[in-house]
Design a protein around this ligand. Structure first.
Ligand code: SF4
Length: 130
């Protein structure tokens, strides 16, 4: 069942955080194709996807597709669920116009939130530099 409406809003002006596993998986993918791709930057705290022409480097605007969908970053898989660190809770990002159709089942929301929290604490917050 496809829920995402492929509007591409989440891939525009992306600030998506990457874990080191995300970075390595994507590097390996392009290395197997003998391609080098400049896709991330370090903002002083986190690795993030780069934008080109106001959208993620991997977004193909005229096709409304992600070039690396099968190996996309974990944050893109959880989206529109994001973790609000200041409130220590999972929320649905208001920038996604269809966010309410994702995770409409409370049990599913809770289960995915648990996975998101585990990923954030084990793969993102433990790799930040102070
Ligand atoms: S990696 Fe794919 S899903 Fe994630 S922001 Fe980029 S184009 Fe969108």
């Amino acid at each position: 069942m496809k829920i995402c409406q492929s509007c591409g809003i989440c891939c525009t002006h992306t600030e998506m955080i990457l874990s080191s596993d995300d970075v390595q998986r994507i590097l390996d993918y392009f290395s197997k194709k003998s391609q080098n791709i400049d896709f991330f930057e370090f903002d002083g705290r986190f690795y993030r996807l780069k934008n080109i022409d106001d959208h993620c480097v991997f977004y193909i605007p005229n096709e409304k597709k992600c070039l690396i969908y099968p190996i996309r970053p974990m944050g893109c898989r959880f989206y529109p669920m994001i973790f609000d660190q200041s409130r220590n809770k999972c929320i649905l990002d208001d920038e996604c116009p269809h966010n309410r159709i994702f995770y409409s089942n409370p049990s599913r929301f809770k289960a995915i939130c648990l996975s998101l929290r585990k990923w954030i604490f084990s793969h993102i917050l433990n790799q930040t530099r102070s």
